[in-house]
Design a protein around this ligand. Structure first.
Ligand code: ATP
Length: 337
């Protein structure tokens, strides 16, 4: 594939973006940037405002305040936007009686794209034969692939996908990962939303996390993961802590056990053996990113306001681990109007 329109770099910038529906604030003074050649995960619990943000970026709804631009232009200002920005917001908006291929041909005609590109793309997303059948019979995974092909019709520099892994089986997710990586390696800008960290953690380079419409963290996956640690529960925490510290490791109490700054579980096991203490539990810890996301999705403070009133008895128990303040980003007060 070529690299889209050369006058566009594909730099997404969101500044003070806000959307209110009546008295409800779905997106709240959101700031973030998305860089070309990288895959950015736009993460947040259900109802946190991801789709609303993407809809504003794509000119489908008007912001209450703030801007969302691509190379400084709002979507509606871009001439023939399908050749700059490709998107797949929902995997279900295909007419059930029409074949997938016909869907793409109609959209191709609108974007001034030749029919042969339709077949090329169907091949690329792995549904050349299925696309000749009616879309009504498609599985969720097939609809996702068709949506992806539609997003790529205009050879766009920027690709925005809402929950692209939804409905894909593990093999499909692996395929998607490789496919998106290839697009990013070509220099394109990819913004993909998800409410499940585990679905995209292996796929993305950068992460923007929102909760209740506000940005709560952003950075590279590497930064947000933090250093790997181990968790150990033992018959004699004090003695084991001494043994680990004397081996140059940092040990902090965590719940009923200890957190140790190593990813090598054998080091902890050996230290326990040498100190003659029994180990009751030993495992690699969740990364900061997993913990952060878990706390966001489970803590009262960050839970979707629409779910307030839903019993927490149905939810899994919290980890008890606080969100690391170093990872949290507060929108600057002066930006709030
Ligand atoms: N047109 C609308 N009118 C009123 N409220 C809306 C409208 N669109 C979205 N909302 C509300 O705004 C909030 C954010 O919705 P949005 O669809 O952006 O969340 P999301 O993060 O994409 O969620 P999910 O992961 O479930 O798709 C929700 O509480 C939703 O009910």
């Amino acid at each position: 594939m070529s690299l889209g329109r050369p006058e566009f770099v594909g730099h997404i910038e969101v500044r003070g973006l806000t959307k209110r529906f009546g008295s409800f604030t779905a997106v709240d003074h959101l700031d973030f940037e998305v860089r070309p050649g990288r895959i950015t995960g736009f993460l947040g619990p259900n109802g946190s405002g991801k789709t609303t943000t993407l809809r504003m970026l794509l000119g489908l709804i008007r912001p209450t305040a703030g801007t969302a631009t691509i190379d400084g232009h709002r979507y509606v200002e871009i001439d023939n936007p399908l050749t700059v920005v490709g998107s797949a917001l929902e995997a279900t908006n295909f007419h059930p009686g029409r074949t997938g291929r016909d869907h793409l041909r109609v959209q191709a005609a609108v974007a001034g794209v030749p029919d042969r590109r339709v077949d090329e793309l169907l091949e690329l997303v792995g549904i050349p034969a299925a696309a000749r059948k009616r879309a009504g019979g498609y599985s969720m995974g097939m609809r996702q692939r068709l949506g992806l092909a539609a997003a790529l019709l205009g050879d766009p520099k920027v690709i925005i996908l809402d929950e692209p892994a939804n409905g894909l089986d593990p093999e499909g997710i692996r395929w998607l990962r490789g496919f998106l990586r290839q697009l990013a390696d070509e220099g394109r800008t990819l913004l993909i939303s998800s409410h499940m960290l585990s679905e995209v953690e292996q796929t993305v380079d950068d992460v923007v996390i929102i909760a209740n419409g506000e940005r709560v963290a952003q950075g590279t996956v590497q930064e947000l993961r933090g250093d790997p640690t181990a968790y150990v529960r033992t018959s004699d925490p004090e003695r084991l802590a001494d043994a680990l510290t004397s081996r140059g490791l940092t040990v902090t109490p965590k719940g009923a056990g200890l957190r140790v700054t190593t990813e090598d579980l054998a080091v902890v096991g050996d230290a326990a053996h040498a100190a003659d203490v029994a180990i009751h539990e030993l495992r690699a810890e969740q990364t900061h990113l997993e913990e952060l996301f878990f706390n966001l999705t489970e803590s009262e403070e960050h839970r979707n306001r629409n779910l307030v009133g839903v019993s927490t008895a149905d939810l899994p128990p919290p980890t008890g681990a606080p969100i690391d303040p170093a990872l949290l980003v507060d929108a600057p007060q002066e930006d709030r109007r």
